[in-house]
Structure formats: C-alpha cells, structure tokens
Design a protein around this ligand. Structure first.
Ligand SMILES: Nc1ncnc2c1ncn2[C@@H]1O[C@H](COP(=O)(O)OP(=O)(O)OP(=O)(O)O)[C@@H](O)[C@H]1O
Ligand SMILES: [Mg+2]
Length: 211
C-alpha cells in the first residue's frame, strides 16, 4: 500500500493511513528498534531545542513507538528536569506533565501505558502544565515532509496543546518517530497543533515556512 499519490480527506482515509503506519512500526525487530532509538537520540542530542531545554517531557514507548528513553542518562547528567505525560483525572481527556525520576512510583493507565501513579501526580510540586515545559517530545503515528503530524487518534495532544493557538508561554514541540512513519502528505485538521520539527532515526524534518 502506498500513500504517495493519495490526497486523503475523509476520516476513513485517516483510519487507513493510521493502520498502515502502525503496522510498519510494529513489525520492526527488537534489534531494529534498538538501533533506531540510539540513532534518534544521537540526533536529539544535537537539536538546539533539546540542548537548551531545562524542563523536558518525553514518553515511554508502546506499540512499536520509537524509544526516546536512551536520552534520559544524558538529560539527568545535565540536570534537566524530565516529565511524562499523564492522563489528567476528571478532565476532558487531556494531559498534564508529571516529574519522572528513578524512584517515581509507576502504574499502568487505562491504555496500558506506564505513568507516575495518581497519588504522586496529585501533588502539585510533582507536575507542570504544558505551557511551563521548555520542550515536549510528542509521539506520533505518522508525519509528512512538512512536519505535519498524525497521532493515535484520541486528540489527547491536540486537546492538551490547544492553548498554543493563543499568545503566551508555550513549549517547543518535537515529534519523534521511526523514519518508516513518514508519508508524502498527511491531511491536516483545524484542531491539529503544528510541530516545530520531527526527528527520526534518519533525519530532521521542519515545517515549510509560510508568509
Ligand atoms: N482542542 C480540541 N478540543 C476538543 N476536541 C478535540 C481537540 N483537538 C482534537 N479533538 C478531537 O480529537 C479527535 C482526534 O483528533 P486527531 O485525529 O487529530 O487525533 P490525533 O492528533 O491523531 O491524536 P493525538 O493528539 O492524541 O495524538 C478529533 O475527532 C477531534 O474532535
Ligand atoms: Mg491531530
């Protein structure tokens, strides 16, 4: 299946693209995953938006997502504060960002993703709203040549980052993905929040400048 000549518009198109791209990353071997994670982290270490960040959010990979965690020792050495996205309780399916250390108590959320436990996250000193992060690493299912992003389809990141449409403090958004998750063109929805860059194991894609 190729999306080369495709101009996707309908929700079913998005579903088909998601299915194919999720398949591509799921079939990667453990060795391929390991190599990709190391190559990704080499690139991330050179990215200005990562180098200057003092508060950074990353994620623990599931379902074949590329693994950004080899970056953690490097970040800790540089005394960067590390956060993980956590499903916000009693909210409209949005995320907040909870401190992640070696001793942080973890539980699995309703999607089977490990996250800091609710008791820990409930303490104000342990969490930050997205606007207070310097850089946020965003997992994705697909990206294109303009750094447009397609996620898992829940709208969690789009909803949590909707405040970025208004002026004010905001994190830099770095999408991270396997190179095999790139397609030529993705459909963009009005609610999609644009990324500053996508970093993969083979390169960095930045949005085309407009205006
Ligand atoms: N700011 C928002 N407020 C309310 N609903 C939203 C918002 N942003 C996205 N959504 C809803 O989320 C749904 C999924 O959006 P979309 O297909 O862009 O997901 P995605 O970008 O793949 O997911 P994610 O952001 O979790 O990675 C959409 O149907 C949309 O209605
Ligand atoms: Mg979206």
């Amino acid at each position: 299946m190729t999306f080369r000549e495709m101009t996707p518009t309908s929700p079913s198109d998005k579903t088909a693209i998601r299915r194919e791209l999720k398949r591509r990353r799921r079939i990667l071997s453990a060795e391929q995953q390991k190599q990709a994670a190391l190559a990704l982290c080499q690139r991330l270490r050179k990215l200005p938006e990562i180098c200057r960040a003092r508060r950074i959010s990353l994620y623990l990979p599931v379902n074949g997502e590329i693994d950004p965690t080899p970056l953690i020792p490097w970040l800790r050495q540089r005394r960067v504060a590390i956060y993980l996205p956590v499903l916000r309780p009693f909210s409209d399916n949005s995320l907040w960002f909870v401190a992640y250390g070696d001793t942080t108590p973890m539980v699995k959320n309703r999607f089977g993703i490990a996250e800091p436990c609710p008791r820990f996250a409930a303490q104000r000193r342990n969490r930050l709203p997205a606007w207070a992060l310097d850089t946020l690493m965003v997992p994705l299912v697909g990206f294109d040549q303009h750094a447009n992003r397609m996620g898992m389809g829940g709208g969690f990141y789009d909803r949590s980052l909707a405040f970025m449409r208004r002026p004010g403090p905001a994190p830099t958004l770095i999408g991270v993905a396997h190179a095999c998750q790139q397609v030529d063109t993705l459909p963009i929805e009005p609610w999609d929040i644009p990324l500053n860059a996508v970093v993969s194991d083979t390169g960095v894609v930045r949005p085309t400048k407009t205006g």
